[in-house]
Design a protein around this ligand. Structure first.
Ligand code: SF4
Length: 427
């Protein structure tokens, strides 16, 4: 089913299924983590975290050891005097930014990224970004967004970053139409998608974020937004507010999700079914063949998702419908029913869906269910492994290219590998 959502508050009847809502202690990473994949995509942008030493350590360890001659992220560390309100942080920030931009003429866009410490002392990074942009006289665009860990999940960093760029998008002329694919994709995946859109006959396709921050897409009434990631609700709302309409589709994970995702775009362009079938048939068949060997390993295995990445529902749908896995519980930090309505329709009726987290209660359910695999954040993986559970880090699913037909088998392998390792250890 393809449906165009002109207003973000459209909801479908399938959303009425029961959902366990929990609140309590949570174990999640903060939005700064998004810098790791965003800085790889936006090759002329720089991310300056305004935070503490903890933030600097998080970014360094999440990014691993970056062997760049010129890295594209850094942390401006707030000192005790700043935190105590004894120093003018703005002056210091201006100095750091000016030094950086003088030294790095390759930077076209600078993101000031807020953190828990900068938010606690109410450092106004939006105003600082405006001031610095003016000073740069449009040589460098300075934007700001929050990556703080206060009430967020780690993928919200990308949502906040993309939303910060929406006001910068140029208007699309009223007589033009375009397809806007939204969500960070590995370049190799973006190229594959572009080829398939070309074969379908969709001529103007733009990707957001683009590879260069200076090449932002345009937006207007003729823009149809196709989300590639399920955690971009705020960005989607901002794009709709600029006149775009949102296509409803499952996300492009696995053969089924990818096929339906392309079909949603093809329907919006009134491309006839025969052409769509013939374009998608070969890559879909190839992906199904590649998937078959992992289906053998995964079929019948039971899996629980703990809330972490917001990718939980699309991945659960893929593992259940294409790999034959049984779903015990699918937990997500936040359920955006508007974005996920097409996914929810594809989930089995009897799976426990939960939203939010009370970590102790949820771990009790894991212990009672005894799934063959638990997908969770880094903080819970080691304790669960120590109790004998097989785990998968959900963050890996955001770092690895897993979208599209060609990556469907790689996605299944990410789950099959730990299960295979556990069974070898058990022999
Ligand atoms: S932003 Fe907050 S949660 Fe994230 S590393 Fe900094 S202090 Fe920790």
């Amino acid at each position: 089913m393809t449906q165009v959502m002109h207003r973000m508050n459209v909801e479908s009847g399938c959303n009425e299924r029961p959902i366990l809502k929990e609140r309590g202690q949570r174990e999640v990473f903060c939005g700064l983590t998004g810098i790791v994949w965003l800085h790889r995509k936006l090759q002329d942008a720089f991310f300056l975290v305004v935070g503490s030493r903890t933030c600097a350590h998080l970014i360094q360890s999440a990014a691993g050891v970056m062997i760049f001659s010129e890295p594209r992220f850094a942390t401006a560390i707030l000192q005790d005097r700043d935190l105590a309100g004894m120093a003018d942080c703005n002056e210091e920030l201006d100095r750091v930014v000016n030094e950086l931009l003088e030294r790095r003429p390759d930077i076209s866009t600078l993101f000031l990224v807020g953190s828990c410490p900068s938010e606690v002392i109410k450092l106004d990074l939006a105003t600082a970004a405006e001031r610095l942009s003016l000073e740069q006289k449009s040589r460098v665009r300075v934007l700001s967004y929050s990556g703080s860990g206060i009430e967020t999940t780690f993928t919200q960093g990308e949502d906040n970053c993309l939303k910060a760029m929406v006001p910068e998008l140029k208007p699309l002329p009223d007589n033009e139409r375009s397809l806007l694919v939204v969500g960070t994709l590995a370049d190799v995946v973006e190229d594959q998608f572009q080829r398939l859109f070309n074969d379908l006959g969709i001529d103007k396709v733009q990707f957001f974020p683009p590879r260069r921050a200076t090449e932002l897409p345009s937006i207007g009434k003729g823009t149809k937004v196709l989300l590639a990631q399920p955690f971009l609700g705020e960005t989607a709302r901002a794009l709709v507010a600029r006149g775009a309409s949102l296509l409803s589709a499952p996300f492009p994970f696995g053969v089924e999700g990818t096929s339906q995702w392309f079909r949603a775009a093809a329907d919006a362009w009134n491309i006839n079914n025969d052409r769509v079938d013939s374009v998608l048939a070969m890559p879909a068949a190839r992906a199904e063949r590649a998937l078959a060997r992992y289906r053998e390993k995964l079929a019948g295995k039971r899996i629980t998702f703990l809330p972490d990445s917001q990718l939980e529902i699309p991945l659960a749908r893929f593992l259940n419908r294409e790999c034959g896995m049984q779903l015990c519980e699918v937990g997500m930090p936040h359920l955006d029913k508007t974005l996920l309505s097409a996914e929810l329709e594809l989930l089995p009726e009897d799976v426990l869906l939960s939203e939010g987290q009370h970590v102790e209660k949820q771990l009790d359910r894991v212990r009672a269910d005894k799934p063959d695999m638990t997908v969770c954040g880094l903080g819970l993986a080691n304790p669960l492994e120590a109790e004998g559970f097989t785990t998968k880090w959900s963050i890996e699913l955001v770092f690895t290219p897993v979208h599209g037909f060609e990556q469907a088998a790689d996605l299944a392998e990410l789950f099959a590998r730990p299960i295979g390792r556990r069974s070898r250890l058990a022999v």
